[in-house]
Design a protein around this ligand. Structure first.
Ligand code: NAD
Length: 260
């Protein structure tokens, strides 16, 4: 079982990362959580998860645009738990704009947070996992790691980059007991996406249900959001012993989006 293992989940104060950290904690895994947000709320949620699951939850506020802070995140997780079994590279942001108007600072931030942060965390975690003879690296890519949409040039570039990075790391670590895989979700109703629904409804003057059907889920054949438990199920498979032969894979959970 996973009980007693140690994990880092980047960007886990919201959305998918929070769901992933919760799923691991429910399996008895000690977790270092990370991400931005209101300090009192983060501490409240940290303590509540710790009390409910009985594992240790430690918060580290590393900014995923800062390589030295990412190195410190990994180092402090290892010092805290004396082991590091699971690294989930999840932190990510989005910006939607035609390429000729795409703000350079948004491009740089998306590449830094959605792509380079996985490199910095992985390079710090790999020596620890190799020495243990076992480890699991799971990168949150996206359906946009496999196919594109217009006006998301930085996001699509970063997510395709993560898919390639995942393959390269898997090959490097193939005989070390450490696996590296990418999860590629379609649309998940995270706080970020929920905010977009309201904004789109206002902008277009249509009800929110139509935004979901006609705009957001237009690409998703099953016309349903991907649910947190479906993502957690894939994560728990990948990090378990049953996932030992799965490495270098980019696994779609997208209601058929990338089958089309
Ligand atoms: P979210 O906005 O709900 O959560 C993002 C998390 O990343 C938050 O905890 C935030 O504080 C953190 N974060 C942002 N910038 C950071 C920084 N510089 N340093 C540290 N932490 C930072 O987003 P989400 O929808 O849960 O997305 C999580 C991941 O899943 C992202 O990589 C995203 O691209 C990917 N994803 C999301 C969807 C979706 O539909 N929501 C679909 C496919 C892939």
């Amino acid at each position: 079982g996973l009980a007693g293992q140690a994990a880092i989940v980047t960007g886990s104060t919201s959305g998918i990362g929070e769901a992933m950290a919760t799923a691991l904690a429910e399996q008895g895994v000690n977790v270092v959580i990370n991400g931005f947000g209101d300090a009192a709320r983060i501490e409240h949620d940290r303590r509540a998860l710790e009390e409910r699951t009985g594992v240790r939850i430690v918060y580290h506020g590393a900014d995923m645009t800062k390589p030295d802070e990412i190195a410190d995140l990994v180092d402090s997780a290892w010092r805290e738990f004396d082991r590091l079994d699971i690294l989930v590279n999840n932190a990510g942001i989005q910006h939607v704009s035609p390429v000729e108007e795409f703000p350079p600072e948004k491009w740089e931030a998306i590449i830094a947070i959605n792509l380079s942060s996985a490199f910095y965390a992985t390079r710090a975690a790999v020596p620890i996992m190799k020495a243990q003879g076992r480890g699991r690296i799971v990168n949150l890519a996206s359906a946009h790691g496999l196919v594109a949409s217009p006006f998301k040039s930085a996001y699509v570039a970063a997510k395709h980059g993560i898919v390639g990075f995942t393959k390269s790391i898997a090959l490097e670590l193939a005989r070390s007991g450490v696996t590296c895989n990418a999860i590629c979700p379609g649309y998940v109703k995270t706080p970020l996406v929920e905010a977009q629904i309201g904004d789109q409804a206002k902008a277009r003057g249509i009800p929110e249900e139509r935004v979901v059907e006609d705009v957001i889920l237009a690409a998703q054949p099953n016309k349903s959001f991907v649910e947190y438990p479906h993502l957690a199920g894939m994560l728990l498979y990948l990090v378990s012993d049953l996932g030992a032969s799965t490495t270098g894979a980019s696994l779609a959970i997208d209601g058929g989006w990338t089958a089309a």
